[in-house]
Design a protein around this ligand. Structure first.
Ligand code: NCD
Length: 347
């Protein structure tokens, strides 16, 4: 597996499938009473967040904790960054403390890439500026796969503020890579001209696109990134680009509504639409944990040449209770199987 995850472009189709299949095995862990496996015990994961985040930071934190890694949450307020420390010095400090993985969110595109030059740890991009958000795209594919058996020919529209959305770029690249067909929809001011190079079609007419969709993916209007007026008013935006109940009725019955969160109810998505059964927005959140477990596991622990799984496997202590089995043998990702030890029989 790759050492760093900075962009969807780094992944082959086969690697995407491996990440999703491994996430499938980890999903079951989240349904247990004790939601833990010892796969990354002794490893340290740092969440380095220079931008506000709720779901992505908590999701990575839970993913690392469910793999028994030690997790440090580092945010700019209340840290030496607010005293003027440079990114490089923060990176060197985390390196000196023995971080094995650094999950980074930053308002500048390319910041995680820069980080890789200073640290030995694996770097995972948790959203950089308007560039990419690869783990979001992977959890979205995972959620879609629960409803559609194949990505081949999947018809997806990504609607709204494409210009400022790192989610739109990563999800387009990922869906096109897997054989899907993506149309970017929104006001011309919010669709960047280079978007066609991502392999997507472009449309400025949401109503024309809706009847031909398997997935309608709504984007938040990213006001914090907008430097000018891109549309006349929120009301006008909502009327032309918002997903209303009437627009949902124009979609095929089995089509999904998705949103990466946080939502602006009443702007890009009507509140009633966000609560429909076909709106799988909370499933996206749940699946994010399994997908991030899969990535951390594959990047830190799954590669026998990078870690010493034999050493870890020889450790006698078990974290799971006897009636809380490890992943079922048939569902276990390779390298996760620990030997039976005395007093720790599998249930
Ligand atoms: C997205 C982000 O931060 O890029 N949110 C997320 O990670 N779930 C999308 C957004 O902020 O609108």
């Amino acid at each position: 597996m790759i050492k760093h995850l900075l962009s969807i472009n780094q992944l082959s189709r086969e690697q995407v499938m491996r990440i999703l299949d491994t996430a499938e095995s980890f999903r079951e862990v989240g349904t247990r009473v004790i939601k833990k496996v010892p796969a990354l015990r002794g490893r340290t994961v740092v969440n380095l967040f220079y931008e506000n985040s709720t779901r992505t930071r908590i999701s990575f934190e839970l993913a690392a904790k469910r793999l028994s890694a030690d997790v440090i949450n580092f945010s700019t307020s209340g840290s030496s960054v607010s005293k003027g420390e440079s990114l490089k010095d923060t990176a060197l400090t985390l390196q000196a403390m023995g971080a094995d993985a650094i999950v980074m969110r930053h308002s500048s595109s390319g910041a995680p890439h820069t980080l890789t030059k200073w640290v030995h740890a694996s770097v995972l991009n948790a959203g950089d500026g308007t560039h990419e958000h690869p783990t979001q795209a992977l959890l979205d594919l995972f959620t879609i796969r629960e409803h559609f058996p194949s990505f081949e020919g999947l018809r997806m529209a990504i609607v709204g503020d494409v210009r400022h959305s790192r989610v739109a770029r990563s999800l387009t690249l990922a869906t096109v890579k897997m054989g899907g067909d993506v149309t970017l929809v929104g006001p011309p001011t919010l669709i960047p001209p280079q978007a066609e190079q991502w392999g997507a079609h472009i449309s400025y007419d949401l109503d024309e696109v809706l009847p031909k969709l398997d997935v309608c993916y709504m984007l938040r209007v990213q006001r914090e990134r907008q430097r000018q007026q891109y549309f006349p008013s929120v009301r006008e935006y909502s009327r032309r680009w918002g997903l209303s109940p009437a627009r949902v009725r124009a979609m095929p019955e089995e089509a999904l509504v998705m949103h990466p969160g946080p939502m602006n109810r009443g702007v890009e998505i009507a509140s009633d639409v966000a609560d429909l059964p076909r709106a799988v927005i909370t499933d996206q959140v749940t699946n994010g944990i399994a997908v991030r477990m899969s990535l951390l596991y594959l990047m830190l622990g799954g590669d026998a040449s990078k870690t010493a799984p034999q050493e870890r496997a020889a450790e006698p202590e078990r974290t799971a209770e006897p009636d809380q089995p490890e992943l079922q043998p048939e569902a276990q990702p390779e390298g996760l199987r620990l030997p039976q030890t005395e007093g720790a029989s599998r249930g």
